[in-house]
Design a protein around this ligand. Structure first.
Ligand SMILES: Cc1ncc(COP(=O)(O)O)c(C=O)c1O
Length: 382
């Protein structure tokens, strides 16, 4: 039975009006971004530059806002057809069928389900530093843990070392590309060769949360390996380039047998909400918005790079909406606190990476606040 609040026809009518999204000029997107200052209740503190969670504050796009408002009118009903439509749209873009796509509340959902499924059978192999929140969840609920590669001075992911460490105890290889918190991307052909080989021994997960921000998203994705039928799973999210972090939609692309197994640890469509799915659907084809966001993020990265240079610092090369700054002798937690005093919110220390500080690319004015606060905050931590 169709959801009477959201029939296929009415949804298409709505999205046709919205793909006015595609007709909206960059100027309109910009005007909208300026006019949708988040309220105190839901957004960052007034006057603060929130640069600590890799969000895209230019979102949601105008098309997403419109679709989400409409969808909340059907908020009395569980999500039905719209989720199927979103799965279809994602599958179609990659030449796959809808049973290759699992949706969840943010990509944290599917990543957690996969970690829980994998750690029934073995450990998770990852680099020393990666976005490990969901791997930790798997490890916490199992007798198997996370097996980390040794720390490297350049913080890169060493695929050769990973291949060597891939023994029979490992059930899942977890790669984040580009990586968080480093922002660095692996060379696509090297990663492809690694995944093809490693997936003969264990399931390989590539978390591509920031793929759409890379220099060449289509070339750097590992989704074609799924199409080849390999034991590779790719996670993506609407939280980053699409500016929908608070609306919670992400997905996993993998072969249907694997998704069926992973699904045993998940909530299925009960993990979704009407507004989030509607926002994701409207954003997915909104090239004007994503291009605008990408342009602003690159502009912000250039500004931060210049400012760091002027202050005698540097960051790792980033293909994401954040940068990992080497503070030299400086302590990243003290730096975070010094920045907070100046109303600039950034990440504190990651484990024993004491001199590394992550900053997200917010709106240009927020990034300017970071730059303006930089000299005095650095002075304070010496
Ligand atoms: C690499 C990576 N994967 C996944 C996530 C989870 O994001 P979400 O659950 O909002 O999709 C994040 C969040 O910052 C991330 O950095």
């Amino acid at each position: 039975m169709k959801n009477p609040g959201l029939s296929r026809r009415s949804f298409f009518a709505a999205s046709a009006a919205l793909s006015g999204g595609a007709l909206l000029s960059a100027k309109a997107v910009q005007a909208n971004a300026a006019s949708t200052a988040p309220s105190v209740l839901y957004g960052p503190p007034v006057g603060a530059a929130k640069l600590n969670a890799n969000e895209n504050p230019y979102g949601p796009s105008p098309a997403a806002l419109k679709a989400m408002m409409e969808a909340t009118q059907s908020g009395a009903y569980y999500v039905r057809e719209s989720a199927q439509m979103l799965r279809d749209a994602i599958a179609e873009r990659h030449g796959l069928s809808r049973d290759h796509v699992m949706l969840s509340s943010g990509s944290s959902g599917v990543l957690t389900y996969l970690a829980l499924a994998a750690t029934q059978q073995g450990s998770i192999l990852g680099p020393d530093l990666f976005w490990d929140t969901t791997a930790l969840m798997g490890a916490r609920n199992s007798e198997f843990g996370i097996k980390r590669l040794p720390k490297r001075p350049d913080l890169a992911i060493d695929l050769a070392a990973m291949e060597q460490a891939l023994d029979d105890d490992v059930s899942l290889v977890h790669i984040t590309n580009p990586n968080n918190p480093t922002g660095s991307a692996l060379e696509a052909s090297a990663l492809r060769a690694f995944c093809a080989k490693a997936s003969n021994k264990a399931m390989v997960l590539v978390d591509e949360a920031y793929n759409e921000l890379t220099d060449n998203p289509e070339q750097s994705t590992m989704i074609p390996l799924v199409k080849e039928g390999r034991d590779v799973a790719v996670a993506r999210t609407f939280s980053k380039i699409y500016g929908l972090a608070g609306m919670r939609v992400g997905y996993l692309i993998a072969k249907p047998e694997l998704l069926e197994e992973v699904g045993q640890y998940g909530l299925g469509d009960y993990g979704l909400n009407q507004a989030g799915v509607a926002g994701a659907l409207a954003s997915y084809t909104d090239e004007v918005f994503t291009q605008y966001s990408r342009k602003k993020i690159v502009e912000a990265r250039d500004m931060v790079s210049d400012a760091l240079k002027q202050n005698g610092l540097s960051a790792l090369p980033s293909q994401t909406n954040f940068m990992f700054v080497d503070l030299g002798e400086g302590d990243a937690e003290k730096f975070r606190a010094a920045m907070e005093k100046r109303n600039v919110y950034i990440r504190g220390i990651y484990r024993d990476y004491t001199n590394w500080s992550r900053v997200s690319m917010g709106k240009i004015a927020d990034v300017q606040m970071y730059i303006d606060a930089l000299p005095a905050a650095l002075e304070e931590i010496v």
